[in-house]
Design a binder for this molecule. Structure first.
Ligand SMILES: Nc1ncnc2c1ncn2[C@@H]1O[C@H](COP(=O)(O)OP(=O)(O)OP(=O)(O)O)[C@@H](O)[C@H]1O
Ligand SMILES: [Mg+2]
Length: 229
């Protein structure tokens, strides 16, 4: 099986008030192309930090990250951004929509960066998929948390990424909307072959993935394939 992500001896250490805080401690794993993976673990265990390093949003203190065959370690910020635009979608824990752009414009950004065609109609289609067809002209502050989360999803889907990272994508949603979002994620995996890496506290969602990686205190403490007997 080919892997789309290779993480080798990755550590992340923050300096704060003259002290070192080891947030990720020598992490190793690979993720198969086209698979679905859940990352679980208590608050503060390093899940969001790990996702950021895997997606090339941030740089490891040591170790190596290889994404779609590209080693990110020595790339400049701009080079990493280019790799992200080409391969990666990201749904942030706090959405990170651009406040000065409408919902529709937020979804259009990655398409514009890619130089895609029919950007507006494609973005409208994506908003429709997440149930927000009539909210395209609204700014993020005019949307509820769950609605912002869904715009963030539509934006992450827009360039049909090879690899989609989702940081608690259903964290703020009611059961029915959660189910819709989860279905969209898994449909993307099935139809476009998108590899999914999902941070979640939801055991039901984790159980639907091919593999569950459990973290605690900056370490991987378990790595399970619940669906593979
Ligand atoms: N920029 C930073 N400087 C210092 N410490 C940081 C920084 N970013 C994160 N941390 C620390 O790293 C640890 C891991 O944070 P992280 O956000 O990865 O946890 P998490 O597993 O995603 O938690 P949650 O489930 O609450 O989202 C925390 O103790 C956090 O305080
Ligand atoms: Mg987090």
């Amino acid at each position: 099986m080919e892997s789309i992500l290779n993480i080798r001896n990755v550590s992340k250490i923050y300096q704060s008030a003259g002290r070192e805080l080891t947030v990720l401690n020598n992490i190793n794993f690979s993720i198969d192309t086209g698979s679905t993976v859940a990352i679980t673990g208590p608050s503060g265990s390093g899940k969001t930090t790990l996702l950021g390093l895997c997606a090339g949003l941030d740089r490891a203190s040591s170790g190596s990250v290889e994404l779609s065959g590209v080693v990110l370690d020595k790339l400049t910020e701009d080079e990493r951004a280019a790799v992200r635009n080409q391969y990666v979608g990201f749904i942030f824990q706090n959405f990170q929509l651009l406040p000065t752009l409408t919902a529709l414009e937020n979804v259009m950004v990655p398409l514009e960066l890619r130089g895609a065609k029919n950007i507006k109609s494609h973005a409208l289609e994506l908003l429709d998929k997440v149930g927000l067809a009539d909210r395209g002209h609204h700014y993020p502050v005019q949307l509820s948390g769950g609605e912002q989360q869904r715009v963030s999803l539509a934006r992450a889907f827009s360039n049909r990424p090879a690899l989609l990272f989702a940081d608690e994508p259903t964290g703020n949603l009611d059961a029915e909307t959660s189910e819709k979002i989860i279905k969209l994620l898994f449909d993307l995996n099935k139809d476009a072959g998108t590899t999914l890496v999902i941070v979640t506290h939801d055991p039901d969602l984790a159980a639907r993935t091919n593999r569950v990686i459990k973290m605690k205190g900056g370490l991987i403490i378990a790595d399970e394939n619940p669906n593979y007997v």
